[in-house]
Design a protein around this ligand. Structure first.
Ligand code: GLU
Length: 436
């Protein structure tokens, strides 16, 4: 019997029990595996293990919008809020045809560890809409973003849950998100979303921040090997917001970028690719194919090409057990979220490949999101130098903590990073206790 005493405006919320109740995808199972295998070695109270393995909330919304040709199309959107022991939920919104419940659940869990690892006062969340953003007109994308924002209204807010860009979304999408939320609550709520255009309360340096963080982490790691960026040849998979800026900033500091790729394929030049020129070519042509002076290669070939450092900066599950034995790089820097499957991770470790894990390597984006949120709440805006300096401080301090933990526990970087992150979140859960 439906409870007629409930207000109609209550959000459609499903509290999920995690992997035991439904047939979950490999990505969600993998995220749990990474969590569980570290949690079990930490000697922590098992009470919190089930709590942390279960996302706090998964909201599914249907977003009907009128398409430009007049017909109505219904899109499905999600927001998963994994854990908020350390602060409001925080994490990106993805527009992609492969978005589903399990993907947002996995990404939200990864976000919880990432935010905790780099010391942000946030929990983890992730959302998305099942769509092909490149096939939507600007007007359709705006209507879809606004409807999705309105549907999420009961569970988002500057102190509740703060979305940001992810694959397929950008500053313009965040601007519509901000405006819709602000119109509905009746005041200008800068803190409800990050990754906004600078002209309306965004932070300078947010767009390149994930790529800059990748550069900071690789540079710090190389220093432990008495090397610099000028000593390495780098292949970057993905030429979106993360891959492009990572490649650009690495090249700026002397690295040789031997390969880059986008969805359709990539390019290779052992002498080094001019990343800015490749960026211009990609913007103009929508592809890297036939970029002058380079050889074509597939995305799979990129992962196994001759290089010192591999930066998977596209989507999850690209470095699989099939590919891992053939990886020639000695260092993998995870620019994407969840690019390496657990079995591939083991193969890389056995082969002596160092993996700098996603929750450390790609935390630059959410870190500058935090700076943006703070600036918005204070209405006091920083210059680019301050953003870069503060970001570098956070990334280097996080690297040092992970490096020290790896030394102390004689373990790989992913295990060390998870140990720190899980320790912080579990301690916050323990201190807060259970309600009621
Ligand atoms: N989507 C980014 C990530 O995966 C950024 C999230 C944010 O800024 O909240 O970390």
């Amino acid at each position: 019997m439906p409870d007629s005493s409930l207000p109609a405006a209550l959000p459609k919320v499903t509290d999920r029990l995690s992997a035991t109740t439904t047939n979950h995808s490999a990505f969600w199972q993998n995220a749990n595996l990474y969590f569980d295998r570290v949690y079990q070695t930490m000697g922590l109270d098992t009470t919190w293990r089930t709590v942390l393995a279960s996302p706090k909330r998964v909201l599914t919304v249907s977003c009907p919008i009128r398409m430009d040709d007049g017909h109505i199309k219904v899109f499905t959107g999600y927001r998963c809020q994994h854990n908020n022991a350390l602060g409001p939920f925080k994490g990106g919104i993805r527009f992609d045809s492969a978005v589903n419940t399990d993907e947002v659940m996995a990404l939200a869990m990864i976000q919880t560890w990432k935010n905790a690892l780099v010391g942000l006062p946030y929990g983890g969340a992730k959302g998305g809409i099942v769509c092909e953003p490149k096939k939507l007109s600007l007007a359709e994308k705006e209507r879809l973003t606004r409807r999705y924002t309105a549907e999420l209204l009961p569970i988002i807010g500057p102190q509740q849950d703060i979305p940001a860009p992810d694959a397929g979304t950008d500053a313009q999408v965040m601007a519509w998100f901000l405006d819709t939320y602000s119109m509905m609550v009746g005041y200008q709520a800068l803190g409800v979303v990050t990754g906004k255009p600078v002209a309306i309360g965004g932070s300078v340096g947010r767009e390149e921040a994930t790529g800059r963080g990748v550069m900071n982490i690789l540079r710090k790691f190389l220093a432990t090997q008495n090397k610099t960026l000028a000593d390495v040849r780098v292949a970057v998979q993905g030429f979106g917001n993360v891959g492009f800026h990572a490649a650009r900033l690495l090249a700026e500091r002397g690295a040789t970028i031997v390969a880059v790729s986008e969805r359709a394929g990539g390019i290779y030049d052992e002498g080094g690719i001019d990343v800015d020129a490749a960026g211009r070519y990609y913007r103009e042509n929508g592809t890297l194919t036939d970029f002058p002076g380079t050889d074509a290669l597939t995305n799979e070939e990129l992962l196994t090409c001759d290089c010192d450092v591999l930066v998977p900066a596209a989507m999850e599950n690209t470095l699989t057990a099939e590919v891992a034995p053939h990886v020639r790089a000695r260092v993998v820097v995870e620019g994407a979220n969840g690019p390496t499957t657990p079995d591939a991770d083991e193969i890389l470790r056995d082969n002596g490949v160092t993996v700098l894990p996603d929750i450390l390597a790609n935390a630059g984006g959410v870190t500058v999101s935090y700076f943006e949120w703070v600036q918005g709440l204070e209405s006091f805006f920083w210059d680019g130098k301050r953003v870069q300096d503060e970001l570098q401080k956070v990334m280097e301090k996080s690297f040092d903590a992970v490096n020290a933990k790896a030394d102390e526990a004689d373990c790989d970087y992913r295990t060390a990073a998870y140990t720190i992150a899980i320790g912080r979140v579990t301690e916050a859960c323990r201190l807060k206790g259970l309600f009621p």
